[in-house]
Ligand binder design. Sequence first.
Ligand SMILES: NC(=O)c1ccc[n+]([C@@H]2O[C@H](COP(=O)([O-])OP(=O)(O)OC[C@H]3O[C@@H](n4cnc5c(N)ncnc54)[C@H](OP(=O)(O)O)[C@@H]3O)[C@@H](O)[C@H]2O)c1
Length: 243
Amino acid sequence: MIRILVNGALGKMGAETVKAVSGDAGLVLVAKTDATDELLHIIKETKPEVAVEFTHPACVKKNVELLLRAGVRPVVGTTGLSAADLADLDVIARSCNLGVLVAPNFAIGAVLMMKFAATAAQYMPRVEILEFHHDQKADAPSGTAVKTADLIAETYEKINDVVLDEKELVVGARGGTYRNIPIHSIRLPGFVASQEVIFGGLGQTLKLRHDSISRDSFMPGVLIAIRKVQEITGLVYGLENVL
Ligand SMILES: NC(=O)c1ccc[n+]([C@@H]2O[C@H](COP(=O)([O-])OP(=O)(O)OC[C@H]3O[C@@H](n4cnc5c(N)ncnc54)[C@H](OP(=O)(O)O)[C@@H]3O)[C@@H](O)[C@H]2O)c1
């Protein structure tokens, strides 16, 4: 039985993770922690092997560092970690001889959407990303949109290699640009997490869309990550790397 701590357990994703871990015969939930708890103290008392982290972009890096230095393997769903943060966590994890798995999206369908988007970019090199989330999401763009743009740009470095003759009459109307790809972030009640990757070509468009319509969509991926994080050393970024 793998001993699990859930950090952010009172939040939307944390509560869903508590349910999923409790229903898995191979896992035992030893601790639920949230913003007001003394994380290090609870780790010492309950001795978790893996910690699932769904908290807030402002504290995620500090939490993951603390977990690693305390000898706990983190599975991280919280978004907002920069490339520099990820590089730092890789170094810390290696120095502790532990693994850390960070996934901006644990839904298998979203992982497939990103993979298909990277493939499509080789044939249709004009693309924009729209991402849709509930209105309590703290960061924009989403980690999934950033990861999708990274995968596309790494697959086809000349993506969107045109200069458009346009003027933005309302600031932000054309979205934010990351790796030369416009990203449009929509925040409305009713959404959990959705994304469209839209390619445009001569006389045609291709739209790849994924919808998480409930938070249990993320749980099979979280349960896989809990097991896989025990087999790795250093950082693995993206669920697709352990499937
Ligand atoms: N990777 C994925 O597949 C995936 C899927 C969905 C969401 N996410 C991401 O997961 C994160 C959490 O999302 P959510 O919807 O669950 O948010 P949420 O409902 O706001 O829950 C976050 C919880 O973490 C707590 N928290 C804040 N600071 C903390 C700290 N220092 N230590 C421990 N707990 C702390 C919050 O407490 P307070 O309310 O008191 O601040 C809250 O209970 C976000 O970054 C979101 O984008 C990832």
